[in-house]
Design a protein around this ligand. Sequence first.
Ligand SMILES: *Cc1c(COP(=O)(O)O)cnc(C)c1O
Length: 393
Amino acid sequence: MTATAIADLNPSPRILLGPGPSNVHPRVLRAMATPLVGHLDPEFIEIMNETKALLQYVFQTKNSLTIPISGTGTAGMEAALYNLIEENDEVVVAVNGFFGERMCDMVHRCRGNLVKLEVPWGQVFALEQIEEILKKKVKLLAIVHAETSTGALQPVEEIAKLCHRYGVLLVLDTVTSLGGVPVEVDRWDIDACYSGTQKCLSCPPGLAPITLGPRAMEALRSRQTKVQSLYLDLTMIEKYWGQERTYHHTAPISMNYALREALRLVQEEGLEARFARHRLNHRALVAGIQAMGLEMFVPGPHRLPTMNTVKVPPGIDEARVRGILLHEFNIEIAGGLGPLKGVIWRIGLMGHSSRKENVLLLLTALEHALATQGYAVPRGAGVEAAGKVYLQG
Ligand SMILES: *Cc1c(COP(=O)(O)O)cnc(C)c1O
């Protein structure tokens, strides 16, 4: 067989304002091009230790098992659930969007007894509803902090207290919150928490930071059966990240370089300043969207600054609008998933993508794209409203 020549890799310079990946800082890209060392090289072990310390900072925890799992956010989800659930354990999953549904699928796959707690997509859970279900003999409650499919932010501090009053472990998905909005693992007393690298940490996809607190470690140590997945077995992985440094699988070296650099950027900016930046850009975007006569999908108090969901006005072909943004402006945003397909747009403002110039460009581009569909807004109304937010700070 003869191979035809394949052209050089030359992707368009996209502005990534979808549900992830977000744009990656040039320093992170440079770190990925650094020559490899071995996964047991003393220099790599030093890099692992530094990464662990940086992850403890972003998760705001002293938990010693705070490491990146090899794999994307979904691997973090499986690691958390597979390591803590055994056959016939009673597991409650709170579902208010796509990723809650995914956790239910995983509970079935590890043969837990699933109790599904639901509110409509876009809403958040009330304490009373959760307390009711925890009164039954439950081992674990899994819930999503930042539902990327809906743009809703679930308050979790009080839920954690409730869980512990009933002796229930709390597993929290912070894939779209870590590094963008506060996640305080120790102060909130979260038992297990995982994330992904390509959302608010602005690193390419490929690793899933995870942290396990004392109750979760106890549950892991007192398992009667082996963890179903060898690759995600934390009892084995912790020996590679701990004192023993026992080979388990070859760490993805370049991805670990990237994560370390992305976390260094978070540390340099400081968590508080980073959260403030995400809030400001979110407020500016919302002001612009509303000035254009569009409506946000999630009610004010529960809006996620990192994932902004906007209702598609009647009569607008939402996919065509996204096509114009992508092909004419190099901007990626996303449509809705499942029941929200065709109903909302999803605009991510995560990590390195959460910037003033992106907000202002998007509002301008969106005005143009909507005008081609016959939806006219006063010229520059979105940008003017957003600009006002920036001026006032
Ligand atoms: C993106 C996402 C995931 C899955 O992460 P992948 O990196 O796509 O595997 C899980 N949970 C939430 C809330 C997410 O936004």
